[in-house]
Design a protein around this ligand. Structure first.
Ligand code: PLP
Length: 390
């Protein structure tokens, strides 16, 4: 073995000193909502399995009945019957003309933004957008305007400055993954019309969760008809894996030819498509999962308000508890683990320095009792037993 260069080991030492080393945990499913984490049985508040479908045996059965390998890119020979059925079901579910599948949500964002935008164009991106949207913006080489989280005044000025660009694209998360806040989509759609821009909404955390039918934040705010394209993932509430774009027939045809992350990557496995298709059907057939999840969120937010813990999220299954320093967040997370709860600490660079937090992700697999027990454990965090060490 060659000797590691000094910068490599120094960089890791820096991470350790700043409480930013990421553990490689082994997380084993003990059924919906519960996991064995490095050997310890915990109620799992870490996962994006919002509806408790990822570990549903029915999805495993659906996957087991289909081939595993797709063999090639969709453009070559990877479009299996399961793949085609999933595209059709998704288009029906999303109520759009067409849908295109990608190997992951990350790939969907990267491939879509780079296929739509180029050096003569301007993109407008919320500062707290997901990393895959940020990387898509960088890779497409359009002029990049970053606006402060939900700052519409700033965005309006930037749009006015970019009047000479060939194309304009406003990009936002629907439900922000670190904050649990919903984007001001009505105002964004108004700005898009006013400045002749396209609007892209990433529904990764909202598909299956928000809106009367579970189509996401755009359905919730009744602006689906005013959005150019919606991007979603099959890896969160749907319980499987893969990404998709929903939009007009022409848009999907364009992406089919130009989105490099699906042109040059092997298609989603038929087994994954079969599981995702069943996940979608269950979102339709079992709306009580969505209702229960919403009630759990309300219950937890009430507890937090009672404890005086700061959370900015008003809605949805993501409930952050902002603590400040990375060390405080790590310590709070291990305190909760001692009491039987797996709640990850979210630290820079996932969030801005000084805003490290616990992120509680709720799932329909949780019970009221799980929430009340978690709130009890959080009283220790609220009592300052954690931040006192700072
Ligand atoms: C998780 C996530 C993605 C990526 O989806 P994957 O299917 O996990 O690759 C994209 N955007 C947002 C906002 C996400 O939270």
């Amino acid at each position: 073995m060659t000797r590691d260069p000094a910068w490599l080991t120094e960089g890791l030492d820096d991470l350790k000193r700043e409480h930013l080393l990421r553990p490689r945990r082994v997380v084993e499913s003990l059924g919906p909502g519960h996991s064995r984490v490095d050997g310890q049985e915990l109620v799992d508040f870490s996962s994006n399995d919002y509806l408790g479908l990822a570990r549903d045996p029915r999805l495993a059965q659906a996957a087991a009945a289909a081939p595993v390998g797709a063999g090639a890119s969709p453009l070559v020979s990877g479009r299996s019957p399961q793949y085609c059925r999933l595209e059709e079901s998704l288009a029906r579910f999303e109520k759009t003309e067409a849908v295109l599948l990608f190997p992951s949500g990350f790939a969907a964002n990267l491939g879509t933004i780079t296929a739509l935008m180029g050096p003569d164009d301007a993109v407008f991106s919320d500062q707290r957008n997901h990393a895959s949207l940020i990387d898509g913006c960088r890779l497409c080489r359009a002029r990049l305007h970053i606006y402060h989280h939900q700052s519409l005044d700033r965005l309006r000025r930037q749009l006015a400055e970019a009047a000479d660009a060939r194309r304009r694209l406003i990009i936002t998360d629907g439900l922000f993954s670190m904050d649990g806040t919903i984007a001001p989509l009505v105002q964004l759609a108004d700005l898009a019309v006013e400045f002749d821009a396209m609007l892209l909404v990433d529904e990764a955390h909202a598909t299956g969760v928000l809106g009367p039918s579970g189509r996401g934040s755009c359905e919730r705010l009744e602006i689906e008809q005013r959005v150019t394209l919606r991007i979603g993932t099959l890896s969160k509430a749907v319980g499987a894996a893969g990404g998709f774009v929903a939009g007009s027939r022409a848009l999907i045809d364009h992406l089919w030819h130009h989105a490099r992350t699906q042109v040059f990557s092997t298609a989603l496995p038929p087994a994954t498509c079969a599981a995702a298709e069943l996940g979608l059907q269950l979102i339709d057939r079992e709306p009580n999962r969505r209702d229960h999840l919403e009630q759990l969120g309300n219950r937890l937010r009430q507890h937090l308000a009672g404890l005086g813990l700061e959370t900015h999220s008003e809605d949805g299954p993501i409930v952050p508890v902002i603590l400040g320093s990375a060390a405080a967040a790590v310590e709070a997370s291990s305190l909760l683990a001692q009491h039987g709860h797996f709640v990850p600490a979210i630290r820079p660079p996932s969030v801005a320095a000084g805003t490290a937090r616990l992120r509680i992700s709720l799932s329909a697999a949780h019970s009221d009792h799980n929430i009340d027990r978690l709130a009890e454990a959080l009283t220790l965090v609220a009592a300052g037993e954690v931040t006192a060490h700072e």
